[in-house]
Ligand binder design. Structure first.
Ligand code: MSP
Length: 644
């Protein structure tokens, strides 16, 4: 059978600052998908890289008294070091400063110019230096950049324009007829609405700085950074020479996936496809826009100064733990509040207590009851285990194929949990005491199979751990191949070798926990001032100030299957922030009645899981005797407005 192909890319990162765990999230997602597809027998190509041109980089280099290329050379080294520590196994790392990329961008620009879709004119518009983006007045957010909120400047200059408007209808049609092109669904709606407001021709050259790729026929003009950056995805496959990689991974490939953060989805689903359409190149299969990692209430970013350094976390907790945490915690498509506490409790709960413990308990029992030889059972297996195993495998595959890694991992841990529960329920120590070796053989074999199957499914995420499990189980590696992913495939005995715990429990030192908390003197004072309030069952203003409320607008609403009361809502709570909220209001509201309704969201509530759906916030509602009504705002107020 002919092998299937899979091409996955990350955004190419700006070397204007060190990478943080937000960037690490995207790259880990891509690496995990690449490994998963390889495991399933695909031919995979995985690309990442650096986006090195533009005014911001030119300025940053000048401030350090360096040439731009010297400056980016240094930062790119740190990117590569981070990816190597995270075990990111990319096939190619593209730098936009490479000759192959200059040649490709210039040729593509020239081709589109010659066919008449690029023309020369004069540009006057709003430019955000920070995002290196131009906006129309209509797109601005209260006069500021709609992406980063910073001030924009009016720029007037000679420029080349790309006829985006000409392709707007074709693009809309494409998005409508390719439901998988923009994922997740909420982003797809957002983009379609954006295109429907009309596309203007795009200014695609600058004369105000030099650090970029010049237009071949008009060297005073530098090609617009996004035209330059987006082209990387085909430069790396050797589009220019129609090379074998381009043939295999673009032309003859049904799975071309760009993973991006939600702030750059517009560039990838509007500008990029129109460039490709104009050049007669087929479009990627999917652009998946994930949410942001937030810290101290806003997007983690260098300019806000709230970044978390992945290298520190790798040194402290290990790359596998960080990989697992990022993928398990990040809900598909929405934002996530980062905290180190959440990281530690996730490692302790899932990796140490559940998975690691299951392995060490099973190996100890094999040592004790079977002299270290794994017993192989042939039948009499627990029916519900057979059923759950297959359900978990199906659910894992289904979610991985839809890039829903958190849900895929949750499925796997259902099986891990089943293993630990089986130990409690079947009490192997009693079976041994009673001499019931037949049943004991079945129980231990079932546990080994659970470990084997879950290790296969976790291997694209826990890349160092698989080898450790194999070493302790002593099982031949071939039993960890994907075609062995079903219950009962282990048909031979192997000798186990007990090793160190896979994930030792992390005990956070008291001093560390206390960091950032009020000191003792403060605490006492606080307690005093609170005590009166406690007495009267009142709360202090400090207590109330801990709650953050924001105005949201409901974009989508649907019933949660199998429940009477719950609705799953997609609520817009800021210019570019949409959250999933599960609300117990289905008896009082039909989903369609909620669309566009303004609601009040409890914004800083810890995420909670309801019927397997992670809910990020809560809606305020008032409950009458027979009725429940949502709180809303009196008059028009934009999403994200703070309620106080
Ligand atoms: N150079 C452009 C991408 C060009 S792709 C043709 C760029 N670079 S970036 O370094 O600023 O950001 C790269 C990616 O990191 C974006 O997808 C962005 O969403 C992501 N993230 C940056 N901060 C993030 C978080 N706090 N959380 C999650 N992802 C975040 O944009």
């Amino acid at each position: 059978m002919e092998k299937k192909n899979f091409y996955v890319t990350t955004p190419i990162y700006y070397p204007s600052a060190q990478l943080h765990i937000g960037h690490t999230l995207t790259t880990t997602m891509a690496d995990t998908l690449a490994r998963y597809k390889k495991l399933r027998g695909y031919d995979v190509y995985f690309l990442t890289g650096s986006d090195e041109h533009g005014q911001k980089i030119e300025k940053a280099a000048a401030e350090k008294g360096m040439k731009p290329i010297e400056y980016t050379d240094g930062i790119v080294k740190t990117f590569k070091k981070l990816w190597s520590k995270m075990h990111i196994d990319y096939d190619d790392f593209i730098r936009t400063t490479e000759k192959r990329h200059y040649d490709t961008v210039q040729a593509l620009f020239q081709k589109i110019y010659e066919q008449g879709d690029i023309y020369k004119g004069e540009y006057e518009g709003y430019y955000c230096t920070s995002c290196e983006s131009f906006f129309t007045q209509f797109q601005l957010d209260e006069g500021n950049c709609p992406d980063c909120g910073k001030e924009v400047e009016i720029v007037k200059e000679e420029s080349y324009f790309f006829k985006m408007s000409k392709y707007a209808d074709r693009l809309l049609e494409y998005i409508e007829s390719h439901p998988h092109f923009i994922q997740p669904e909420s982003r797809r709606n957002e983009m379609m609405n954006f295109i429907k407001t009309g596309l203007e021709d795009l200014s695609v050259s600058r004369t105000t700085f030099d650090w970029g790729i010049p237009i071949t026929m008009d060297k005073g003009h530098i090609i617009y950074v996004w035209f330059d950056a987006l082209t990387n995805y085909i430069t790396a496959l050797d589009y220019l020479d129609d090379g074998p990689l381009y043939e295999q991974f673009w032309k003859n490939n049904d799975e071309i996936v760009h993973l991006v953060g939600k702030d750059i989805i517009r560039f990838h689903t509007i500008i990029w496809p129109i460039i490709l359409m104009a050049a007669g190149i087929k479009l990627p299969t999917t652009v998946f826009g994930h949410g942001w990692l937030l810290s101290s209430g806003s997007k983690m970013s260098k300019s806000v100064g709230n970044v978390v350094d992945p290298l520190v976390l790798i040194d402290k907790y290990g790359a596998d733990s960080l990989r697992y945490f990022l993928l398990r915690e990040m809900p598909s498509g929405s934002d996530y509040y980062y905290s180190e506490d959440a990281l530690v409790s996730r490692i302790n709960m899932d990796l140490a207590n559940d998975y690691g413990n299951l392995l060490s308990r099973t190996i100890s029992m094999i040592d004790k009851y079977f002299k270290g030889e794994i017993p192989v059972a042939m039948g009499d297996f627990d029916k519900d285990l057979l059923k759950i195993s297959q359900e978990v495998i199906d659910s894992y595959q289904n979610h991985m194929d839809k890039f829903e890694m958190s849900l895929a991992l949750q499925a796997v841990f259902k099986l891990v949990g089943k293993g630990n529960k089986m130990i409690e329920d079947s009490a192997p120590w009693s079976l041994y005491k009673d001499g019931n070796m037949e049943r004991l053989t079945v129980v231990i074999y079932q546990l080994v199979e659970i470990i084997r199957m879950t290790t296969i499914m976790l291997s694209p995420v826990l890349v160092e751990t698989k080898a450790k499990v194999i070493a302790q189980m002593g099982i031949d590696e071939k039993y960890f191949a994907y075609d062995k992913l079903s219950f009962g495939m282990l048909d031979k005995s192997f000798k186990v070798a007990k090793g160190n715990p896979l994930f030792p429990r992390i005990e956070i030192k008291v001093e560390e926990r206390e960091k950032g908390k009020p000191n003792k003197a403060n605490k006492e004072e606080k307690q005093k001032s609170n005590s009166k309030a406690n007495d009267d069952n009142l709360i202090s203003i400090d207590d109330f100030a801990k709650c953050q409320f924001k105005v949201g607008r409901v974009l989508e609403a649907e019933k949660v299957e199998g429940t009477e009361k719950l609705l799953k809502l997609s609520v817009k709570v800021g210019v570019s922030e949409t959250r999933t909220v599960v609300a117990g209001i289905a008896l009082s509201y039909q989903p369609q009645d909620l669309i566009d309704k303004k609601v009040i969201v409890v914004y800083n509530l810890k995420p909670a899981k309801l019927r397997g759906i992670e809910s990020h916030g809560m809606l305020l509602a008032a409950k009458g005797e027979n009725n429940l009504r949502l709180l809303t705002v009196d008059g028009d107020l934009e999403e994200g407005a703070v309620v106080s």
